[in-house]
Design a protein around this ligand. Structure first.
Ligand code: IMP
Ligand code: MG
Length: 176
């Protein structure tokens, strides 16, 4: 089975939107510092681009989580595979994700991170698939693009660990 990728959001559109979200964050966090948490691996490309568009001081940390459950459906119980290096105490934290799908992973992650006493905790995502949400209480503070219920790759998102390096967002079509 091979895959064909068709462009859903091109590189120029993504770059312009990330610049806009970066300016918004810079305005809203004026006089503060932003501590960004990247969720490995998918959130990394977006986090790097976004951080370069923010004009207030930025620090970065990373965490890696895996869902207990099968490959196609996340169970909502998240195992921390790699924890953060730094404390969140008193920091203005923004979680940076590639995509919010069911919302299960983020809902669980937010619960864990809130207990670490950040001064504030917000969520920023490159993509959101609102039609797929099963956990309604996930509050997305910054979202670049809402997309329909299709499986997408690129800009950090993978299909079987491939296509993360594409500079655009594409829809995967399987060809038999
Ligand atoms: P959920 O919100 O807990 O369902 O899980 C979101 C995670 O599922 C994301 O962080 C991605 O790793 C993965 N995911 C969901 N939709 C897609 C997609 O369209 N392409 C690639 N990965 C996806
Ligand atoms: Mg992810």
């Amino acid at each position: 089975m091979s895959e064909k990728i068709s462009v859903l959001i091109d590189e120029a559109t993504i770059d312009a939107k990330i610049r806009q979200i970066g300016e918004e964050i810079s305005r809203e966090y004026a006089g503060k510092e932003v501590h960004m948490i990247g969720v490995l691996k998918g959130g990394v490309y977006f986090m790097c681009s976004l951080s370069q568009c923010i004009t207030v001081p930025v620090s970065l940390d990373f965490m890696s989580v895996s869902s207990y459950g099968d490959d196609t459906k996340s169970s909502g119980v998240v195992k921390i595979v790699k924890d953060l290096d730094q404390s969140l105490e008193g920091k203005d934290v923004i979680i940076v994700e590639d995509i919010i799908d069911s919302g299960r992973t983020l809902s669980y992650l937010i619960q864990i991170l809130k207990k670490r006493n950040p001064a504030s905790l917000r969520l920023c995502t490159l993509l959101d698939k609102p039609d797929r949400r099963v956990v309604p209480d996930v509050n997305v503070d910054y979202c670049c693009f809402q997309i329909p219920d299709e499986f997408v790759v690129g800009y950090g998102l993978d299909y079987q660990q491939k296509y993360r390096n594409l500079p655009y967002i594409g829809v995967v079509e399987l060809e038999g």
